[in-house]
Design a protein around this ligand. Structure first.
Ligand code: NAD
Length: 277
C-alpha cells in the first residue's frame, strides 16, 4: 500500500501541485470530465508517476464517497488537492454555488473523516473572494459552520443574482470553511489550508488574454504590483510548502498569491476596478 494523493480538477493548477507531492505515492486524478483526468494521466505516467483516474462531480455527495472508496484501495489518503471549480463566465449562479461553495464544503467534510494522520490538504479559492467587502461576524459564522446540507438555504446566498457575486461568495466561503474544517482535521493530525490565486496562465486564461476582453485584462496586469500574471508552478510551489513537513504549523489559513493585485484593488492603481468587479 502507498500513500494516496487525491487531486480533483485535473487542470494546470491542480497538475502543478500534484507533480510536487506525488512522487512515490499513488495519485488519483478526478474530474467531472473524465477526458480531462485521462489527458492529465498520460502526462503523469510519461513522467514516472503512478496514477489512476475517476469521474467525480463534487456537487454530489455520493460521487465524492465513490471517489474516496476508489482512493482507499491504494492506501491511506495523505493529501487532498481541490482544484475543481467553475468560473463566473462558465456557469449560472445556481451551478457556481452548487459546485464551488457546496461541493467544496462536502468534499472537506467527507475527506475530513478519512484523511491520514500527518496528512494535509489545499483548496484552491481565488482572489475574487478578497474583492467582497467585509461580512458580519454572523454571516461569516453561517458560511463557516452551517451544516453542509443547509448551506444553499442561507438567506443572503438566496439573494444573489449575478454570477460574479456567486463566485465571490463561494470563494469567501471556501476560506471560512477551511478554517472550520481545520479544527476537525487537526483532531486527526492533519492540516488544511486554502490558496487564493490571482490570474494564473492556464489554456483558458491565455485565450482570454488574447480574446475580446483581453485588453482590459492586460492593462490590469500591467498596472498590478507584479506587472504580470502568475503561473501554475508558482501556485504549486506554495502548495508544496504547505503540504510539506515545513508546513505543519500552518492550518486553517488562506494564502493570497496574486502579485499584489488585491492590495492594488483596495488601495492602489487598480481601484478603478471597483466600479465593475
Ligand atoms: N486560472 C486562474 O486564473 C484562477 C485564478 C483563481 C482561482 N482559480 C481557481 O482554480 C481552480 C482551478 O482552475 P483552473 O484555472 O485550473 O481551471 P480548469 O477549468 O482548467 O480546471 C477546473 C477543472 O474542474 C473541473 N470541474 C468543474 N466542475 C466540476 C465538478 N462539479 N466536479 C469535479 N470537477 C469539476 C473541470 O472539468 C476542470 O477540469 C478553480 O477553482 C478556479 O476557480 C483559477
Amino acid at each position: 500500500m502507498k500513500n494516496v494523493v487525491v487531486l480533483i480538477g485535473s487542470g494546470s493548477i491542480g497538475q502543478a501541485i500534484a507533480r510536487r507531492v506525488g512522487a512515490g505515492n499513488h495519485i488519483v486524478l478526478g474530474d467531472l470530465k473524465i477526458e480531462a483526468a485521462e489527458a492529465a494521466a498520460k502526462i503523469f505516467e510519461n513522467a514516472g508517476f503512478e496514477v489512476s483516474t475517476v469521474a467525480v462531480d463534487i456537487s454530489s455527495r455520493s460521487s465524492i464517497l465513490n471517489l474516496i472508496e476508489h482512493a482507499r484501495q491504494f492506501g491511506a489518503i495523505k493529501n487532498l488537492i481541490n482544484a475543481a471549480g467553475v468560473s463566473p463566465s462558465q456557469a449560472s449562479v445556481e451551478k457556481i454555488l452548487q459546485v464551488d461553495l457546496y461541493g467544496t464544503a462536502v468534499l472537506l467534510e467527507e475527506f475530513g473523516k478519512v484523511i491520514a494522520d500527518g496528512g494535509s490538504g489545499v483548496v484552491i479559492s481565488s482572489q475574487s473572494g478578497h474583492r467582497l467587502g467585509a461580512l458580519t461576524e454572523e454571516q461569516n459564522a453561517k458560511l463557516a459552520t452551517s451544516p453542509t446540507e443547509e448551506l444553499l438555504s442561507i438567506d443572503f446566498l438566496k439573494e444573489i443574482t449575478d454570477t460574479l457575486k456567486a463566485y465571490q461568495y463561494s470563494k469567501r466561503c471556501n476560506v471560512l470553511r477551511v478554517m472550520y474544517e481545520a479544527t476537525i482535521w487537526g483532531k486527526r493530525g492533519a492540516t488544511i489550508n486554502s490558496i487564493s490565486p490571482g490570474i494564473i496562465i492556464t489554456p483558458l486564461a491565455a485565450d482570454e488574454l488574447k480574446g475580446p476582453r483581453g485588453e482590459g485584462y492586460r492593462n490590469m496586469l500591467k498596472a498590478s504590483p507584479a506587472g504580470r500574471a502568475g503561473t501554475p508552478d508558482e501556485v504549486g510551489d506554495l502548495a508544496e510548502f504547505l503540504m510539506s513537513s515545513r508546513g505543519r504549523f500552518i492550518s486553517g489559513a488562506d494564502f493570497l498569491i496574486d502579485g499584489g493585485t488585491t492590495a492594488s484593488y483596495w488601495y492602489g492603481d487598480l481601484q478603478y476596478l471597483k466600479k465593475t468587479h
